[in-house]
Design a protein around this ligand. Structure first.
Ligand code: PEP
Ligand code: MN
Length: 298
């Protein structure tokens, strides 16, 4: 463990600096409508990389809801490395997200890329996503600290966990303690995957901070065949949920099609996660023998 940390990211430090009142429990639970992220439930957020059309999003919303997702993802403002790539539908995309929420009851997570977009996106989103490229956009974080919505903060692709937690502190210090951390893979020398999923980030972050931690296996893998295995790994290390890309026709997606699951692949992944979730729940139960007092020495 990084000796420089010295507990500096403990919730108490955060509370002291931000003036936020401590909660009773030692872990923060982010509540979105009737959903609790960081509580007992494993919360799956799923949907397309980008909102492309009403038809695409509504179909996806229905499919992921049926398979057990609680939150619909979809970018209306897309941070793309190339200026020639699809940049998202903007406000039109936000309106489609709202329709999907009305139709399915799913909560919405979508990205705000710039300070100017924050108020508008907050009108439509239940959770504001900060993308990997924006984790160090401190003025955006500061504005999001005052937006009145929970924030899903993705780890920068070249950021250390310490830097991720500093960004979380900027949000909290600006007045927003409703933060969900997201490990989405980092840049390493490995080229077999789009990014390297730093699976150890989950237990580390859950040890040194009180925030819920979710995993995005899609952007880590870059290819859909690896997504279910990384999702299982996320469950095994105690993540609080997943952010997964799903598209009705992944091969025709305008962004991130190679890593997007089809509806049937998503359903299968969710079914296959069940036994792992059950093991996780059983492991989280107190084990009576650990609490036995005054037993024999035999
Ligand atoms: C996304 O969630 O589609 C996205 C752009 O993710 P990231 O910021 O992790 O690349
Ligand atoms: Mn994407």
């Amino acid at each position: 463990m990084n000796p420089n940390w010295n507990g500096q990211f403990s919730r108490f430090d955060l509370v002291a600096r931000s003036g936020v009142k401590p909660r009773e429990s030692s872990r923060s639970v982010v509540r979105v409508r009737d959903i609790e992220i960081g509580g007992d439930d494993f919360v799956v957020m799923a949907g397309p990389c980008a909102v492309e059309s009403e038809d695409q999003l509504l179909h996806t919303a229905e499919a992921v809801a049926k398979a057990g997702a609680r939150i619909l993802r979809g970018g209306a403002y897309k941070p793309r490395s190339s200026p020639y790539a699809f940049q998202g539908l903007g406000v039109e995309g936000l309106k489609i997200l709202r329709k999907a929420r009305q139709a399915t009851g799913l909560a919405i997570v979508t990205e705000a890329m710039s300070e100017e977009d924050v108020d508008l996106v907050a009108e439509y989103a239940d959770i504001m996503q900060v993308g990997t490229r924006s984790m160090e956009n401190y003025s955006l974080l500061d504005t999001l600290g005052r937006c009145g919505r929970p924030v899903l903060l993705k780890r920068g692709m070249t950021a250390t966990l310490e830097e991720l937690l500093c960004s979380a502190q900027i949000l909290a210090a600006a007045g927003n303690p409703e933060i969900i951390l997201c490990e989405r893979g980092i840049r390493t020398f490995e080229t077999a995957t789009r990014n390297t999923l730093d699976i150890a980030a989950v237990p580390v972050l859950k040890t040194v901070s009180h925030f819920p931690v979710i995993v995005d296996p899609s952007h880590a893998a870059g290819v859909r065949c690896l997504v279910p295995a990384l999702a299982r790994a996320a469950v095994a290390v105690g993540a609080d949920g997943l952010l997964v890309e799903v598209h009705p026709h992944p091969d025709q997606a305008l962004s991130d099609g190679e890593q997007s699951l089809s509806f049937s692949e998503f359903r299968e992944m969710m079914d296959d996660l069940e036994p792992f979730l059950a093991i996780g729940r059983a492991a989280a139960q107190p084990r009576p023998h650990l609490f036995a007092v005054g037993g024999t020495d035999s």
